[in-house]
Design a binder for this molecule. Structure first.
Ligand code: CUA
Length: 304
């Protein structure tokens, strides 16, 4: 029913949540049952006026005051304690910067490595995210960690967590931020500490990260989704291979030059089996930007 519990605070938060739900359900059921029972028992009856009674029962009154009071104080103390724990990062937490921007997440690791819509973190180590936004309010939400924090323009906010299990977890923007809010999604990849060290030390080519950002900005993935029923062919699995083109017998090698021509003159060589709907990017992309895009596609193709 709930996402898996993958951070140190997840189980505590769920338990408090269940306590509050159980309390509300029991209290509501009791009140509704009593209303119905009293309404039937003390209804107005022909010829039998209800007797006027004013007896006191202080034990009964004390019970219905003291018991809910104790249960609510437990919820308050428990909740306040947990709130402080979730709000205050441990001193030894590692800091990662996250910037929200319509409609993607930029991540910058302490050593300068960057990523987009992905956040690699080590397990068993507290991580503090410092969040900000370039435009509107976004909200960084990782359900499996039970943490969520707004990214507000003109202000730094922070959140922290400690992942317990290696794995991939959903990352959502949880604040409506415009047209593509629902697509402002990504993943958090929790790696064993040694694997994280290896990952974060791996070279990060600025050309490739600039290309990745352009790939998002130009919304290439809207059509080149990589899914079988996509409007456009998958770029990463095809790059570097020979591909079939509409109206030509010979296969064409999908290299930087092919990518360049596809961007500037998309009608000239249409991938076989796909509609000729790609718009031209002539005048919208400079040569340098095309180079960045190609570097990104090439790097991603090598990863696959
Ligand atoms: Cu960013 Cu919703």
């Amino acid at each position: 029913m709930l996402p898996e519990q993958a951070s140190t605070v997840a189980a505590d938060i769920d338990n408090l949540y269940f306590y509050l739900i159980a309390f509300s359900v029991v209290a509501t059921a009791l009140i509704v049952a009593l209303i119905i029972a009293f309404a039937i028992r003390y209804r107005r009856r022909e010829g039998a006026e209800p007797a006027h009674r004013d007896r006191e029962n202080w034990k009964l009154e004390a019970t219905w005051i003291v018991v809910p009071f104790i249960l609510i104080i437990i919820a308050f103390a428990w909740g306040a304690n947990l709130f402080v724990e979730v709000s205050v990062a441990p001193d030894d937490a590692e800091e990662i910067h996250v910037v929200g921007k319509q409609w993607m997440w930029h991540v910058r690791h302490p050593n300068g490595r960057r990523e987009i819509n992905e956040l690699h973190v080590p397990t068993d180590r507290p991580i503090r995210l410092t969040l900000s936004s370039e435009d509107v309010v976004h909200s960084f939400y990782v359900p499996a960690f039970r943490v969520k924090q707004d990214a507000v323009p003109g202000r730094f906010t922070s959140m922290w967590f400690e992942a317990t299990e290696p794995g991939e977890y959903h990352l959502f923007c949880a604040e409506y931020c415009g047209t593509d809010h629902s697509r402002m999604i990504g993943r958090v990849v929790a790696l064993a500490p040694s694997e994280y060290e290896r990952w974060v030390e791996a070279a990060d080519d600025p050309l490739v990260s600039a290309g990745e950002e352009l790939f998002h900005d130009m919304r290439c993935a809207d059509c080149h989704t990589g899914e079988p029923d996509a409007t456009g062919p998958d770029l990463f699995s095809r790059y570097g291979t020979a591909v079939a083109v509409e109206g030509e017998d010979e296969l064409v090698r999908f290299d930087r030059e092919h990518l360049r021509r596809a961007l500037l003159d998309p009608g000239a060589r249409v991938a076989e089996g796909y509609p000729a709907v790609m718009p031209t990017f002539r005048g919208r992309l400079s040569d340098r930007e095309i180079l960045k895009l190609a570097a990104f596609v090439e790097a991603r193709a090598e990863d696959e």
